[in-house]
Design a protein around this ligand. Structure first.
Ligand code: PAF
Length: 288
C-alpha cells in the first residue's frame, strides 16, 4: 500500500493532477469533510470505477455552518482518514487550510435557486451558498473528469448538478447510492453523536420512509401518508423538520409531469439532526 500524496495547496494539487493527466489517467474527485465512514468509502469506490487517479478532498467548510451549528465540534481525524484512503489506494488527498480556500478578503458567492428552495434551506438558509462556493472552488482547483457525491444528501446533489450545468463546469457529477447500517439507518458522520437509546430510535427514519413509499406507490394520497409518517416520527421522539415528496429531478413539488419522486426527511433526536431520502416510483394510477 502506498500512502496517498497529501496536497495542502491548490498549486500542489494541480501539479499532482497535471502529472496524472500527462500519464493519460482520468481524474476523479470525491469532496468530503472527513470523519470518513463506509458511506464515504463507497463514494471512493465509485470514483475508482471511473478514474485511474482518485483525489479525496477533506475540508470542514466553515461557510456551510451557521454560527449556531457544530463547526468546532465537527469530528476531525485526518490521520485516520488518510489511513482508510491508503487502504483503497487513493492517489491524492487534498487537505487545504481555511486560508487556502478563503484567502484574506474573500468576497465571492455562488447562489443557486431551483433545487435549493425549501427542505434544508428552511432551517439552514446559509447552507447551500456555503456548499456551492466550496464545491465550485474544489472543482476549479482539480478540474476532474468526474466528481462523486452521495445520494444521502440528495438536495445537495441536485444543487451541485444545477450549478455545474449552469456555470458550464466541465465535470461529470455522479450520484452514489446511500450506504445503510443493518437496521436501515443511513450512514452519517453525525450518527456518532447518538447514544445507544437514540441510535435504536434512529432506525425509525428508514422504517417510516419505506412504509410511506409502499403506500404512495400503491396509490394512497401522499398528503395523508406524510401526515401519518410525521406523527409516527414525533411519537417516536423526533422533532420533524420536514417529510416531503418532491420531483426526483428538479426537487419541485411533485406534479403530473413528475416521472419519479423522492421522499425526503429531516428530523432531530435531541441535538442530533438526521436526514435521509429514498426513491419513489410513480404510482400506476398517477400521483394522488
Ligand atoms: O457533503 C459534504 O460532505 C459537504 O457538504 C461537501 C460536499 C464536501 C462540501 O463541503
Amino acid at each position: 500500500m502506498t500512502r496517498p500524496r497529501v496536497h495542502e495547496t491548490v498549486a500542489d494539487l494541480r501539479q499532482g493532477i497535471a502529472a496524472a493527466r500527462a500519464a493519460g489517467r482520468r481524474i476523479a474527485l470525491v469532496p468530503t469533510m472527513g470523519a470518513l465512514h463506509e458511506g464515504h468509502l463507497s463514494l471512493v469506490r465509485a470514483a475508482r470505477a471511473r478514474a485511474e487517479h482518485v483525489v479525496v478532498s477533506i475540508f470542514v467548510n466553515p461557510t456551510q455552518f451557521a454560527p449556531t451549528e457544530d463547526f468546532d465540534a465537527y469530528p476531525r481525524d485526518n490521520e485516520a482518514d488518510i489511513r482508510m484512503l491508503e487502504e483503497l489506494s487513493v492517489e491524492g488527498v487534498f487537505l487545504p487550510s481555511v486560508a487556502e480556500m478563503y484567502p484574506q478578503g474573500f468576497a465571492t458567492g455562488v447562489t443557486v435557486g431551483g433545487p435549493s428552495a425549501g427542505l434544508e434551506s428552511v432551517t439552514r438558509p446559509h447552507f447551500f451558498n456555503g456548499v456551492a462556493i466550496v464545491v465550485t472552488k474544489l472543482l476549479l482547483a482539480a478540474l476532474p473528469d468526474v466528481a462523486v457525491f452521495g445520494e444521502k444528501d440528495y438536495q445537495q446533489l441536485a444543487v451541485v448538478r444545477r450549478f455545474v450545468t449552469d456555470l458550464g463546469i466541465p465535470t461529470e457529477i455522479l450520484g452514489a447510492p446511500t450506504v445503510r447500517e443493518a437496521d436501515g439507518l443511513a450512514m452519517s458522520s453525525r450518527n456518532r453523536y447518538l447514544d445507544a437509546g437514540a441510535r435504536r430510535t434512529a432506525a425509525l427514519i428508514p422504517q417510516v420512509l419505506t412504509q410511506a413509499i409502499a403506500r404512495i406507490e400503491a396509490g394512497e394520497p401522499a398528503a395523508s401518508v406524510l401526515a401519518e409518517g410525521t406523527a409516527q416520527l414525533a411519537k417516536g421522539g423526533f422533532a420533524v423538520d420536514y417529510l416531503e415528496l418532491r420531483d426526483a429531478a428538479t426537487l419541485a413539488p411533485v406534479g403530473p409531469q413528475s416521472d419519479s419522486a423522492r421522499l425526503l426527511v429531516a428530523a432531530r433526536l435531541g441535538s442530533t439532526r438526521l436526514i435521509d431520502n429514498m426513491a419513489v416510483a410513480r404510482p400506476a394510477s398517477g400521483w394522488a
